[in-house]
Design a protein around this ligand. Structure first.
Ligand SMILES: [Fe+2]
Ligand SMILES: [Fe+2]
Length: 296
């Protein structure tokens, strides 16, 4: 069923900040990050049957342990295989390049930036490593400029999605501003008018959005824990709640993103399946009468 819009040209599952520990140990002794990611995997199989790719925008592991990356693979690869889609992994400040690269089979050598490209035919996914070894703030080496410039050349029909762990935006969280992306001006010049449809980020453990050089910047919330911006400042308030992932739809002339609860919640069928099936069988005029018309 479609309204005035056709089906999207591409659908991107965007999740972030899984913060796994070896053996599925609870984060800070409290948060079941493994269980939360398993819930996400189960929900993806239902919510994203039309997906074209799964993007994981960094902080895959909390301490860069090889076993944590193995666990991420074990949880996400079966759902990716079931959906018939690849996974685009990005490094975050909690990741360690060498073990991440080795465990996830990513291109490049040792501790070099994990920059890579996934060619989806009509759409290109470019992953820029914004982690800086030894630091939690983000940026990229001048040596990565030429790589990114080449990776953005001759974009395909639907353009490019750029994945960068640290969002190139001003941050609402005063503490996270200390861990911001410090090479915004250089990135802005590299992406301006280059067919970049959106920049996909994480890092802040909140849902959010903004723009850089006219390009939408979309943040997926964390699957591990959220930063509660409603908590009293100046402390940071991590909550084992409000975990989310994002579904980004690419259309010919724009993108749209929707935020999905990462964990299951009690729910009821506010529109019963039986009514939805009857609507699907109607012609558009009948459907509008049945579903959109307000009673007198
Ligand atoms: Fe994170
Ligand atoms: Fe981060």
């Amino acid at each position: 069923m479609h309204g005035q819009h056709p089906a999207p040209e591409a659908v991107i599952v965007h999740l972030s900040d899984t913060h796994l520990l070896a053996g599925g140990a609870p984060l800070a002794g409290l948060v079941d990050t493994e269980g939360h990611l398993r819930d996400v995997a189960a929900r993806l199989g239902v919510a994203a049957r039309d997906a074209d790719v799964i993007v994981v925008s960094g902080d895959v592991a909390d301490r860069g342990e090889p076993e944590a990356y193995a666990l991420a693979r074990e949880i996400l690869e079966p759902v990716a295989a079931a959906l018939g889609v690849p996974i685009a992994w990005a490094a975050g400040n909690h990741d360690e390049r060498a073990p991440m690269r080795a465990a996830l089979g990513l291109p490049g050598e040792g501790a070099a930036p994990i920059d890579h490209v996934l060619d989806l035919g009509r759409l290109r996914i470019v992953v820029l490593d914004s982690s800086l070894p030894g630091w939690h703030h983000g940026g990229f080496d001048p040596g990565q400029d030429a790589w990114l410039d080449a990776a953005l050349a001759d974009p395909p029909e639907l353009g490019t999605l750029l994945v960068v762990h640290h969002p190139p935006l001003p941050y609402r969280s005063r503490l996270m501003r200390l861990l911001e992306f410090r090479d915004e001006a250089r990135l802005a010049e590299l992406v301006r008018d280059r067919g970049v449809r959106a920049i996909l980020s994480g890092h802040l453990h909140i849902d959010g959005s903004g723009t850089l050089a006219g390009v939408p910047v979309v943040l997926a919330g964390a699957t591990s824990y959220a930063d509660d911006l409603g908590g009293p400042p100046p402390a940071m308030h991590g909550i084992d709640a409000a975990q989310t992932f994002t579904l980004l739809e690419v259309y010919a002339d724009r993108v749209a993103h929707s935020v999905v609860p990462a964990l299951p919640h009690p729910s009821r069928e506010s529109i019963p399946a039986e009514l939805a099936e009857r609507l699907a069988a109607m012609d558009p005029a009948e459907r509008a009468e049945r579903f959109s018309r307000k009673p007198d």
